[in-house]
Design a protein around this ligand. Structure first.
Ligand SMILES: C[S@@+](CC[C@H](N)C(=O)[O-])C[C@H]1O[C@@H](n2cnc3c(N)ncnc32)[C@H](O)[C@@H]1O
Length: 204
């Protein structure tokens, strides 16, 4: 893993975001942050196995919060798209990415590619995808790889089973041992990156 030319950059990004991890539940909703160290393992395995390709993959984090997974994924995909329902949380994306980019440049590392687009809205509503299409040219049916950290994973599973293209991938973070099942999707990896926390599904 360490031999990957991006490893130093990805490690720097993981440390940057993992310094401010969130973990809260309450009346305002549910917010937890993906462990970015684990994320390095995911994306390197997914890239090696051909599930991610920076020439063609369109990625969508269905509840992206401050866009940290989008930033990490941006190196491995063609388009890295995020949707977040809470405008306050989403407003953290741009200043954090700007700060990170400066620090990466100062450290002589690779800044994130200009392929990230984040949107405020609900991932369950069609009008959000109209906005995404207008800005990125990517429709829901063209998304290759969906991601969620537990949030609404069952509803998103239904949406993908109903509307995504056959073969579209769905990665769910936050489960180990007892893994959810989604009608219309098959499980292709039970433990992505051997981190005991995420599984990968594919629309049949
Ligand atoms: C558990 S956090 C995960 C954040 C980020 N994906 C990560 O892994 O670090 C889930 C996020 O989904 C957002 N969310 C909840 N319902 C949503 C919806 N219908 N559409 C878009 N975002 C939603 C929450 O506000 C929260 O920020």
């Amino acid at each position: 893993m360490e031999s990957n030319p991006l490893f130093k950059t990805l490690s720097f990004i993981a440390d940057f975001y993992d310094r401010c991890k969130f973990g809260c539940e309450g009346v305002e909703g549910y917010r937890k942050s993906t462990d970015m160290r684990k994320c390095i393992h995911f994306i390197l395995e997914l890239e090696k196995s051909g599930f991610l390709d920076n020439r063609r993959t369109s990625f969508l984090d269905l509840g992206c919060a401050d866009g940290r997974v989008n930033v990490m994924m941006s190196y491995m995909v063609r388009k890295s798209i995020g949707i977040e329902i809470d405008p306050d949380i989403l407003s953290e994306y741009a200043p954090m990415k700007e700060k990170l980019t400066l620090q990466l440049q100062e450290a002589g590392l690779i800044p994130p590619p200009e392929n990230i687009s984040v949107f405020q809205g609900s991932s369950l509503e069609e009008q959000t995808y109209r906005q995404v299409f207008e800005k990125t040219g990517v429709s829901f049916q063209e998304i290759d790889f969906f991601y969620t950290y537990i949030t609404l994973h069952d509803l998103f599973g239904e949406l993908i089973a109903e509307k995504a293209k056959p073969g579209a991938l769905y990665m769910v973070y936050g489960f180990s041992k007892v893994l959810p099942r989604y009608e219309g999707l098959e499980r292709v990896l039970s433990d992505v990156g051997s981190q005991g926390i995420a599984a990968l599904y594919r629309k049949k």
